[in-house]
Ligand binder design. Structure first.
Ligand code: ADP
Ligand code: MG
Length: 726
């Protein structure tokens, strides 16, 4: 008998060696194996007759091999077989098919799947590059078959057959998976308790786990092929929902635990409101007002705030953060504001001084590159409570800064930090942000996370499922929309002329490259080399400067400051300027090799312009070959200025794993769910998870709730590859 937690090596047909190969693919337990789902299904219950095939359709044909052979054309070797059903013949071709030479023998039964096409000369029907499976010899059939042979055949034909992706360099074939999965299912322990509470199962209409596992691998003859291919059968829905439900349960539980801790109840009275009003340099947008209201209402509560402030580049998050800071400071607390780079930290520092210092607030900048002496002195100010707003990079986390009374932590551009760091930040000891007051009172500071990466709702529900979310979905007034154009770099002269005109009109420009140095292999234009070219040959009369990530910090800061002051007219750069840099007078963004950048990245880059009242223009120059996906990215950029739209498309193009870079970034990995396809199930899972955590009622008992939580904990790390929850 096999338990879901049994190692796969005990499944018949696997053993220790193959178990190792499977483990490399994340399949360790029987349960993992059973969640290795077919990526499509073939209707071999009703395979097609050759004579009824029509050009253009996808079809499964079961037929006998008549002959096979390899022939060479001028361009490539082609392998061909002729398969037959009685007198009807079907030709199949594989380009570069030399490797198939010895696979087919006359008399074999084969299943073939692919697109039926008409030969362009003879009009005869054929399938090019079909997927195939050799089912055995036609002569083999007969009464002498062992039971095992009969079973084997019945798994291959006469039903809807699951097709699995083969693994282990093709050693573990689709056929192999059919056998072992079938065997695992047959030997599965009879009692398979459902970890999903009854009430939830009823709400969603879920089938039992055992039924789901059987049906997803071995569908009933009556199952809709369409539902199977789109993962919408009751079996699929059950497995997908289960995976999403326990993820949401974990996130929801974490969020509840965080909120159950003691926090600081800040007072928001007229005096504080006046203080906020005094610093505002402009009328806030309706979205900014709403955002602040949500933040302020969290801050007033005696629980720690855990809120994400989301807003497209330029939507004005900074001022909202400053407003929140004032609430904390006016209540006698300190505020830490962290940015992912020194450039950004410095910029925040400069705007904080501009906006807050007149009102008498004491602000310090603490970054890794400061002199040791200077750092020590600043740390002392912080520890003594002299400094009220402490701005820095994550060096703040690492350098054991001690606060006198920390009340609010603001993390800007959070995705750069990664989820692990976020957790570290929110943990009780906060890894370095030591706070004397908190240690005495054990009150947790509030945390506000800001991100300029618009996050599609599906991802927000997973990646940030533990945070409350405020969205700034409105741009400050007076912006003219950015015009985006794509041009081939053969027309670079026109582009440079345009830049020159803009500079002559008193504006500034960015020119961005994908790499710092040249590299023979990639043949990409590089920032350093192009800087020389632009500076000496193309714009000899303009003030051109270079900025990239490998420059000394001091130098970077200096360049940034000069650009901010308008003393640099053309800034040649890499993506270091991507995040947060704010120079309203810059109206041109030229991106060379734009085809090489991700969609989110391009959108971030474009967000550096269009920050003032003058019309801004983003020019995406392409050089070299553009992939189809690259083409769609560039198109999307030209068509849309809406960060959320772009993010949705980005998610679709790259998939959730890539959307935020790596798994390290904290993206849960799913066995069966797909965030793009299963959005509705995700919403339902969130709703149900939140409902059961609200506590027992007439529909659910405390032990049932505890059982679900226990199951979630036992699976969390293994299933989602995420760090342990609280
Ligand atoms: P982001 O959300 O990308 O961090 P910022 O906070 O840097 O955006 O704001 C972008 C620009 O818009 C800044 O120059 C800021 O001063 C300005 N801004 C923000 N809010 C308003 C507003 N309500 N009215 C006018 N300008 C604003
Ligand atoms: Mg910002």
């Amino acid at each position: 008998m096999l338990d879901p937690t049994t190692s796969v090596q005990y499944v018949k047909g696997i053993g220790p060696r193959l178990a190792e190969v499977l483990a490399g693919k994340g399949i360790q337990t029987v349960d993992d194996l059973l969640h290795y789902l077919p990526f499509r299904y073939e209707d071999r219950l009703n395979p097609r007759g050759i004579t009824e095939l029509r050009a253009g359709e996808m079809a499964t044909v079961i037929a006998e091999v008549r002959n096979s052979g390899l022939f060479r054309t001028r361009r490539m070797p082609i392998f061909q077989i002729t398969a037959s059903q009685g007198r009807a013949r079907l030709k199949c071709l594989w380009f570069h098919g030399t490797y198939l030479k010895d696979r087919f023998k006359p008399g074999q039964m084969v299943a073939l799947y692919g697109k039926v096409e008409a030969d362009h000369r003879t009009g005869e029907l054929e399938i090019i590059q079909p997927q195939f499976e050799i089912l055995g010899d036609a002569s083999e059939e007969g009464a002498s078959d062992s039971a095992e042979q009969k079973l084997a055949r019945s798994l291959e034909i006469g039903r809807i057959v699951p097709i699995y992706e083969s693994l282990g360099q093709g050693r573990l074939t689709s056929r192999w998976f059919r056998r072992v999965i079938h065997s695992a299912l047959e030997n599965l322990a009879p009692a398979l308790p459902d970890p999903i509470p009854d009430v939830v199962r009823r709400h969603i209409g879920l089938v039992s786990p055992r039924e789901a596992l059987w049906r997803v691998h071995w569908p009933d003859p009556g199952e809709s092929l369409q539902d199977l291919q789109t993962s919408r059968t009751p079996a699929h829905v059950r497995l997908i929902f289960e995976e999403l439900f326990f993820l949401e349960l974990g996130l929801e539980l974490k969020s509840r635990q965080q909120k159950a801790q003691t926090g600081i109840a800040f007072h928001l009275d007229d005096r504080v409101r006046e203080a906020i009003k005094k610093i505002l340099p402009f009328h806030p947008t309706a979205a900014q007002k709403r955002g602040l209201k949500e933040i302020a209402s969290d801050m007033e509560k005696p629980f720690p705030m855990r809120r994400l402030l989301q807003g497209d580049v330029g939507s004005g998050k900074t001022i909202v953060a400053f407003e929140a800071a004032i609430i904390a400071i006016e209540n006698g607390h300190q505020v830490a504001l962290m940015a992912p780079t020194e450039i950004l930290a410095t910029q925040h520092y400069l705007s904080a001084r501009r906006i807050l210092e007149n009102a008498g607030y004491r602000i310090v900048l603490l970054t890794g590159s400061l002199e040791e002496d200077r750092k020590r002195e600043i740390r002392r100010h912080v520890a003594q409570g002299n400094a009220q707003l402490i701005i820095g990079t994550h060096a703040l986390l690492e350098e054991k800064v001690e606060f006198e009374k920390l009340g609010l932590v603001i993390v800007d551009e959070q995705h750069r930090f990664g989820v692990l760091q976020r957790l570290k930040l929110m943990k009780k000891d906060r890894a370095g942000l030591r706070d004397a007051q908190a240690e005495r009172s054990s009150a947790e500071p509030d945390v506000l996370v800001m991100t300029a990466t618009p996050i599609p709702r599906t991802l927000a529900l997973t990646l940030y499922g533990d945070l409350d979310i405020s969205v700034l979905d409105e741009m400050p007034p007076g912006r003219t929309p950015i015009v985006t154009r794509r041009v081939s770099d053969e027309r670079s002269q026109e582009v440079w002329d345009f830049v020159r005109k803009q500079v002559a009109a008193g504006h500034q420009a960015y020119v961005v490259y994908p790499v710092i140095e040249e590299n023979e292999e990639t043949e990409l234009k590089a920032a350093k080399k192009m800087y020389t070219e632009l500076e000496s040959r193309i714009f000899p009369d303009l003030k051109v400067a270079l900025l990239h990530g490998r420059m000394e910090t001091d130098l970077k800061d200096q360049v940034m400051r000069l650009f901010q002051k308008g003393e640099i007219e053309v800034l040649v750069s890499t993506t270091v300027i991507e995040v947060g840099v704010d120079v309203p007078n810059a109206t041109v963004m030229v991106v060379e090799h734009a085809e090489r950048f991700g969609l989110a990245q391009l959108h971030q880059l474009r967000g550096r312009i269009g920050r003032g009242t003058a019309k801004s223009c983003c020019i995406l120059m392409t050089g070299g070959k553009i992939t189809e996906e690259g083409d769609r990215r560039l198109d999307a950029m030209v068509r849309s200025n809406d960060g959320f739209q772009i993010a949705e498309l980005d998610l679709e193009l790259r998939g959730p794993g890539e959307f935020f870079g790596t798994r390290q970034a904290g993206m849960p990995s799913f066995q069966v769910a797909n965030l793009i396809r299963d959005r509705q199930l995700l919403e339902a899972a969130k709703r149900e998870a939140s409902a059961i955590l609200a506590g027992p009622n007439s529909e659910i008992t405390q032990p049932e709730i505890e059982r679900a939580i226990w199951h979630m904990r036992s699976r969390w790390q293994h299933s989602y590859g995420l760090v342990e929850v609280g």
